[in-house]
Design a protein around this ligand. Structure first.
Ligand SMILES: [Zn+2]
Length: 363
């Protein structure tokens, strides 16, 4: 069995400047997949990442994280506590992340393959730029997340987007974003999970980009460019690891108080899906939304027609999208808290169990 052994010290640890944190606000001015300009690398002011939000809090958070390396700051970081036993990175550790998964560790890669519903998928965790800040236990959780969510997302959205079967997750102690996605490649900053424990579902969001091929969305055919981010956030909510066990404690699904238009509201789309998708009759409003966005079917100025197609054969047929928004804004769904203690059930999930509805449609 091949092993990667954790080194004795975090000698290459870089200072981390977090200008803002979390991933609950998809209206962030800097999408997580943008190519951020590298900041100056000499001066840093370390700011605490307040990612874990209390259940009742509705703090607006953003996805923007900026890192800057400063030799001067390294000395101020805590020394590694050598008394804490370290987990060795072994193939054995990953054997239960998915039923019948094959795991092998080669050099600096963990390669996992499995067949799910007759489709062969693979997840490669690339550790060539890992500096041992993200723990092996976190990698196991990220692997479980992939196998729980990606095949399900693929079966629903992957074919229309020509999504990949093989995904690489690179855990890298470089770059200026928490996480970003392009093609079949996901970057996760090596300092994100140590600073924001259990925010695994930032990767569910990135897998939402992978399954919808974020780079192919054409702004001339989107009512709002932000639909790219809204779609990834829909995936984050609906396909969160362990039914939202971690996600709902560290991430806030905003209400209409803060996301008050369909340009910014993740919740509006979730409400449509919960109330008007009728999977047993082949009516899937998020599939229709994704299909229209991804395949550039309506120019940006003709989205009234696009919405009519999305609403077709539902109780919303014939209503304008503004009328539909008003129905949403007047609903309990628009207001109920989606926050929970770790492992708990939010008010929203207790009243409207969208995750259960989506699961029940699957084979
Ligand atoms: Zn994103």
């Amino acid at each position: 069995m091949k092993k990667l052994i954790k080194p004795a010290a975090l000698s290459a640890l870089a200072a981390l400047t977090i200008t803002s944190c979390g991933s609950g606000d998809s209206s962030s001015s800097l999408p997580d997949d943008s190519s951020a300009v590298a900041p100056a690398t000499t001066t840093t002011t370390t700011t605490t990442a307040a990612v874990t939000t209390p259940a009742a809090e509705t703090t607006t958070v953003t996805t923007t994280v900026t890192t800057a390396v400063s030799e001067a700051d390294v000395s101020s970081l805590p020394e590694e506590d050598s008394s804490v036993p370290k987990t060795e990175l072994t193939e054995e550790l990953f054997k239960n992340v998915c039923e019948d998964v094959d795991v092998r560790i080669e050099d600096d890669r963990i390669i996992q393959t499995a067949v799910v519903n007759d489709i062969a998928y693979s997840l490669t965790i690339d550790l060539s730029k890992w500096e041992h800040n993200t723990s092996p236990e976190d990698m196991v959780q990220l692997s479980r997340l992939f196998w729980q969510s990606y095949p399900r997302m693929y079966e629903r959205f992957g074919e229309i987007a020509n999504a990949p079967y093989d995904v690489t997750l690179a855990i890298e102690n470089e770059g200026y974003a928490v996480a970003e996605a392009s093609g079949n490649f996901v970057h996760l900053h090596d300092m994100w999970l140590p600073g924001s424990p259990e925010d695994y579902d930032c990767i569910t969001h990135e897998l939402g980009h992978i399954v919808s091929d974020g780079s192919s969305w054409d702004s001339e055919y989107l009512e709002f460019n932000n639909y790219i981010e809204l779609f990834a956030e829909i995936c984050r909510y609906e396909y969160a690891l362990d039914n939202g066990y971690f996600n709902d404690a560290v991430w806030t699904l905003q209400t209409t108080d803060t996301q008050n238009s369909r340009e910014t509201s993740v919740r509006f789309l979730l409400w449509l899906d919960y109330n008007y998708s009728d999977f047993s009759n082949g009516i899937d409003l998020m599939y229709r939304f994704c299909d229209i966005c991804f395949n550039s079917r309506f120019p940006a100025g003709e989205w009234n027609e696009a919405w009519q197609e999305i609403f077709r054969d539902t109780a919303l047929e014939g209503l304008s999208v503004d009328e539909v928004w008003k129905k949403f804004a007047d609903s309990d769904f628009a207001r109920l808290s989606a926050d929970a203690e770790k492992g708990g059930t939010s008010e929203l999930a207790a009243h409207c169990d969208l995750r259960k509805k989506v699961k029940e449609t699957e084979t």
